[in-house]
Design a protein around this ligand. Structure first.
Ligand SMILES: Cc1ncc(COP(=O)(O)O)c(C=O)c1O
Ligand SMILES: Nc1c(O)cccc1C(=O)C[C@H](N)C(=O)O
Length: 410
């Protein structure tokens, strides 16, 4: 039996406890949705004020040079690099994950025009599959095939052009073995493009060590970059000069201010910029990435696994018989930083929890999902969340009709 005293002892011994102060979170709220929209870093508030009032308001267009706005995509990319085990010049911030997927799929597929297969898994995050299907209409001969994750390695072959996978599954939290899968794909002559949206800032990543060549990732989840924060993309050093962007914007030109008709890609990863970066959002993302300062990802991951284990154990201990079925792997090496449960009334339970100030989210058709963000969650938060969940399940309050009302966003 886990007790509140034991849980409080975990908080007292938590090396990341002080990090919570880096975030502005409403009192009494248990926020378990940082894997969908990260919390607000306190530093972002002052930084945004400064950017708006001084850099935009006073210095105006001079800020592109004087405040190095123009260098921000590379600068913030370089700050993300240590979180993913990449070199600073292998990461750049731009656009959304969806757009970056398009850029990398179309550029990478053109490297092997005789190989027609773009391989992914069914149930991958839908934007990945949608962008991939659009790319097949543009790249001659390319076709998209999805194969269940357990059969992906055997599906790789001489026809495979590109393997497109989400490292940590957005719904279940299942995690691929990046090193192994990348190596298998390489053996068959294919490149792998990893979507790190549910991994970056959550699980320790070593892209260089694991041989990863292409990746994209989200800025507004665990990186705490704010709603609609720009995303990032990674291209391994040795591939950068070989990839020719299809989406050719002036910011990715070798000399944007030469205003020439001819397209000459910028050297290195900068060619994957397209249009003008959204400076307010990009600088908010910089504050979000800086909220990891001094945090070792192995320490964060150790806390994530402990939060997960506590959550799972408390559900087992206190919610037995209420039909919650954990769909996330128990093996920490095989999962990310969220825990998900299947339940026929997952939507209503999720809504009742939100009313009780425990914010998780619902993923259709029947999953309630809880993000475990070690920087700003304490162990007692998990205890409180389960306390409120128990109350909702035992009282049957989730059956009240208002909890069945669906908004546009879940
Ligand atoms: C795995 C995954 N890929 C891509 C996206 C979409 O990213 P964006 O909205 O930046 O296109 C999300 C979530 O939004 C996601 O979870
Ligand atoms: N991007 C989102 C949004 O604009 C509204 C609501 C949710 C999101 C999300 O990021 C969803 C998230 N990618 C997921 O894993 O489900």
């Amino acid at each position: 039996m886990i007790t509140l005293e034991q849980v409080r002892a975990l908080d007292a011994a938590d090396p990341l406890r002080a990090c919570r102060e880096r975030f502005a979170l409403p009192e009494g709220l248990v926020y378990l949705d940082g894997n969908s929209l990260g919390a607000l870093p306190r530093a972002a508030v002052e930084r945004q004020r400064q950017v708006v009032e001084r850099e935009w308001g006073r210095d105006l267009i001079r800020s592109w040079n004087s405040h190095d706005w123009i260098g921000a995509p590379q600068r913030v990319g370089a700050k993300i690099a240590p979180l993913i085990g990449a070199k600073p010049h292998e990461v750049i911030v731009a656009d959304s994950v969806s757009v970056n997927l398009f850029k990398l799929i179309t550029a990478a597929a053109a490297l092997s025009p005789k190989r027609p297969l773009l391989l992914s898994e069914p149930g991958n995050f839908h934007t990945d599959l949608h962008v991939a299907s659009g790319a097949t209409e543009l790249v001659p001969n390319l076709r998209l095939e999805t194969v269940e994750r357990g059969r992906i390695e055997e599906a790789l072959g001489p026809d495979t052009n590109l393997l497109l996978l989400t490292h940590v599954h957005y719904k279940t939290g299942e995690r691929f073995d990046m090193a192994r899968v990348t190596a298998r794909a390489k053996d068959s002559g294919a490149l792998t493009l990893w979507d790190l949206s549910h991994s970056v800032g959550a699980v320790p990543l070593q892209l260089n060590r694991d041989g990863a060549e292409l990746a994209v990732g989200c800025g507004y989840k665990y990186l705490n970059g704010g709603p609609g924060a720009p995303a990032f993309l990674y291209v391994a050093e040795h591939l950068q000069e070989r990839l020719m962007p299809v989406l050719r914007g002036w910011m990715g030109h070798a000399a944007p201010f030469a205003f020439t008709d001819e397209y000459v890609p910028a050297p290195g990863i900068a060619r994957f910029l397209a249009g003008t970066p959204p400076m307010l959002s990009l600088l908010a993302l910089e504050s979000g990435v800086e909220s990891f300062e001094g945090v070792d990802m192995e320490t964060a991951w150790a806390k994530s696994t402990a939060l997960f284990d506590l959550f799972a154990a408390l559900v087992e201990q206190r919610c037995a018989g209420h039909g919650l079925d954990c769909v996330s792997p128990r093996d920490p090496g095989a999962r990310g930083s969220h825990i998900s449960y299947r339940h026929p009334h997952a939507f209503e339970i999720c809504q009742a929890l939100i009313e009780a100030e425990v914010i998780g989210d619902f993923r259709a058709p029947d999953v309630v999902r809880f993000g475990l963000t070690p920087l700003y969650l304490g162990y007692e938060d998990i205890w409180t969340a389960i306390d409120r969940l128990v109350d909702i399940l035992e009282s049957g309050r989730w059956r009240e009709p208002r909890f069945a009302v669906r908004g546009k966003v879940t």
